[in-house]
Write a protein that binds this ligand. Structure first.
Ligand code: ADQ
Length: 486
């Protein structure tokens, strides 16, 4: 029976070692949920890194770890610390991540990291090739593995390969600055179907292929050697049911079962009944526009002093890539901005910014989504942004206002949100006021449309659409091959 092999940098599992025993839990992230049907139902296999480097893996537990991974229908790619430094922290996060998000000044062009990126992609390819059987499909995910499609295709031209990019693909003028632009494009063109979150990213990719490699490109097809490669947009959805159901339970919950965070949030609401809460949630990343957001909130408090003691920004920043220097600088900048705003505007009974720098369990995330009147999501660039979608999915009574950056892929599907340019501090300040004063009827009308769309185009539909398209590419190719042979 043929199967689908999913490949991503990280496996969808959490490994833990306690008292010399290994256990593994499936992870609950959006990608893992979306691909569950592809992974489990089709007897699939997921290939990736476990999260433990070779150096961190106790020798006596190696075979237990392998069993734990196999039990989750997964296979591990073994990576050393120096692989991780060059491939993940190096090329992926210091070259590709900033460049693809238009932070060109942050992009480092280091040929040693590039060599490690190539060799790690080869390590992934080796594990895929070991596990491939006739008729299998392969679905590769994201910017860490852009050479993998070609590495597989060279050895196994019979296999259908899909690739999905979770971050933006930049315009040709930006992409062309990459010294290894030809190799990256050729690597990607090993795929038979390439998927992007939005039509703009797809267009940028096609333009780079045509201008850098000179291949023939039509509306959404590339002719490369004797192959016809399809390119399309597949905006990623969320597990709408899960977020909605948890929020509903939370909405109907009695005091006894409330979390500590929820109690605090409720206390705040009771003590200051006419006060509102604005929420922001992201990984602490320079692409997410966190500093701009704080400056805009500061400007809002200056420009509209009537809101003193009447509004609070609840800001959750999840630690991320903290050994990359720009992330350390950003952390310091955010700490200072929060300190400055709180120092400047606080009163004895009010702190304008509540700042959490940590990861939170899922139920607390729901507490935040359901308790805040406004979500303020202002990335400078973002492939999609799932937080915007999750906020809307949790609004059980349909109140709540989403302020969303037009630079997030999600803005293309969420027209009813208040869309802003994240660099326009004055506009964001005015939009915060507009959001806080929006009549409930209008909030409900806007959210109704967005909820319906999110419910329909959920993450399973996203994965299903991609796989259906990959199957159709496969059958077109086999018809073409049969015709040619006749
Ligand atoms: P990210 O940049 O990580 O993803 P995002 O799309 O917002 O950004 O996804 C973050 C996810 O993490 C959300 O599902 C959210 O619920 C979860 N999360 C946030 N804070 C958390 C916390 N404290 N605890 C637990 N979970 C938390 C990349 C791209 C995006 C693209 C996605 C998917 O950068 O543009 O939308 O992949 O393709």
């Amino acid at each position: 029976m043929s199967k689908t092999i999913i490949v991503s940098n990280r496996l969808p599992l959490q490994l833990s070692i306690e008292d010399g025993k290994v256990s593994s839990e499936p992870s609950v992230g959006g990608l893992a949920t979306g691909l569950k049907s592809v992974h489990r139902d089709s007897n699939g296999l997921w290939i990736g890194w476990t999260g433990l480097t070779v150096e961190e893996t106790p020798q006596e537990l190696e075979s237990d770890i392998e069993d734990a991974v196999q039990n989750q229908q997964c296979a591990a790619v073994e990576l050393t610390q120096s692989d991780m430094d060059g491939f993940y922290y190096g090329f992926s996060n210091r070259t590709i991540w900033p460049l693809y998000h238009y932070f060109m000044e942050y992009a480092e062009f280091d040929s040693e990291n590039w060599e490690i990126y190539k060799s790690v992609n080869q390590k992934f390819a080796d594990v895929v090739l070991e596990n491939l059987e006739e008729g299998d499909n392969v679905w590769v995910h994201d910017y860490q593995l852009m050479l993998l499609p070609q590495l597989i295709k060279e050895k196994r031209p019979d296999v259908s390969i899909g690739f999905f990019l979770h971050i933006p693909f930049p315009s040709y003028e930006v992409f062309r600055t990459l010294p290894w632009r030809d190799q990256i494009l050729k690597g990607l063109l090993g795929a038979d179907l390439l998927g992007f979150h939005t039509y703009d990213y797809e267009r940028h990719f096609l333009s780079s292929v045509s201008r850098i490699l000179g291949h023939e490109v039509s509306f959404n097809e590339i002719t490369y050697k004797d192959r016809h490669i399809k390119v399309d947009s597949f905006p990623m959805g969320i597990d709408y049911e899960k977020f909605h159901a948890f929020a509903k339970a939370n909405y109907e919950q009695t005091d006894k079962t409330q979390s500590e965070l929820q109690r605090r949030l409720d206390l705040h609401a009771t003590a200051t009944p006419d006060a509102k809460m604005i929420l922001s949630i992201d990984r602490l990343d320079y692409t997410k526009g966190i500093a701009n957001r704080l400056r805009a909130f500061e400007h809002f408090l200056e420009k509209y002093p009537d809101y003193t003691e009447k509004v609070r920004l609840v800001m959750l920043a999840v630690p991320s890539r903290s050994n990359v220097p720009q992330y350390q600088v950003l952390k310091k900048e955010i700490d200072e901005l929060v300190g400055r705003i709180n120092g400047k505007f606080s009163t004895v009974s009010w702190t304008p910014v509540w700042y959490f720098y940590r990861s939170m369990p899922f139920n607390n995330l729901i507490d935040l989504y359901t308790s805040c009147d406004v979500a303020l999501i202002t990335p400078i660039r973002d492939g999609m942004n799932l937080v915007a979608k999750e906020y809307i999915a949790t609004r059980i009574d349909r109140t709540g206002v989403l302020i969303l950056s037009e630079m997030a892929g999600a803005s293309k599907e969420m027209n009813e949100a208040l869309l802003i340019n994240p660099n326009d501090i004055n506009l964001i300040a005015d939009t915060i006021k507009e959001a806080l004063e929006m009549p409930e009827e209008e909030q409900k009308k806007r959210n109704k449309y967005m909820q319906k769309r999110l419910e329909r185009y959920n993450v399973e539909k996203w994965a299903g659409d991609f796989m259906t398209k990959l199957d159709s590419v496969k059958s077109t190719q086999s018809v073409a091959k049969a015709t040619y042979l006749n």
